[in-house]
Design a protein around this ligand. Sequence first.
Ligand SMILES: [Zn+2]
Length: 176
Amino acid sequence: MRNKIVIVPLGEIDYILVNRLASSLASFFNFNLEILQGLELPKEAYNEKRGQFYSTVILSKLELLKSDDHERILGITEEDLYVPTLNFVLGEADPESKVAIISLFNLKQDYSSIMASEPVYFDRIFKEAVHELGHTMNLHHCPNPKCVMYFSQTIDDTDRKGKRFCDNCQRHITLV
Ligand SMILES: [Zn+2]
């Protein structure tokens, strides 16, 4: 059975972008790709004090959509995500359930609030999607700053890293 990535748009989102991401990921991984109908973000994931959504709570909801073990779920949202130990996260993945999510919120602009050009914005989205999906293939953070598995603490880290897995990460990809 062929591996599959199922993209789940969450909340209001640019569907042209979602489609473009889907076809880029399909050719990068050589997996089947499906885009599910958009869903609302789970209300219980929203933290009113922080004005952000708790990504781990969303992951547990996305896991329920999985139909078999060859599937990887990738949620995508324009909302700001967090985990309690960090101010924000660009994404999160659960390697066990092979479910991941990315947020576009912090990818649109840099820290001086300059909006990214369209190609830069799309590259960031692609890299963060590949990064989180990499975690669902048993990859950990990589010390190579050019590798897509390098942990981005800032958007500059994302811009500096490449779109691919380094040779070492490539060797450690586990699909089942
Ligand atoms: Zn690497």
